[in-house]
Write a protein that binds this ligand. Structure first.
Ligand code: ZN
Length: 99
């Protein structure tokens, strides 16, 4: 018996953004540059979307961001910060019981 609203664990009522937006704003999210609402939306998505937290995926995102900023490589500090943030998100995702 499956509920009609069975959209996976950690579903947030329409507040989570999509993968594209989450990736697009990951940088700002890590830098806490987003507004309260956007910060929550990106966080809600990352909370429930494992692929967005994959290491390889993050490397791709970093490269895109760096290219946009006309730099050769992501600054080590930024890279470190993003990986720290993702570790926290991953731990939280694992700790959360799947309802
Ligand atoms: Zn995603």
């Amino acid at each position: 018996m499956s509920a009609p609203e069975d959209a996976g664990p950690g579903r947030v009522d329409g507040t989570a953004c999509g993968c594209d937006e989450a990736v697009e704003r990951l940088w700002e999210y890590v830098d806490s540059e987003l507004g309260d609402l956007d910060q929550k939306r990106v966080q809600a998505h990352l909370d429930e979307c494992a692929p967005c937290l994959e290491e390889e995926h993050i490397e791709v995102v970093l490269k895109q961001l760096v290219r946009r900023c006309c730099q050769e490589e992501a600054p080590a500090a930024l890279r470190l910060r993003i990986h720290e943030q993702l570790s926290v998100l991953r731990l939280r995702a694992v700790a959360e019981p799947e309802a």
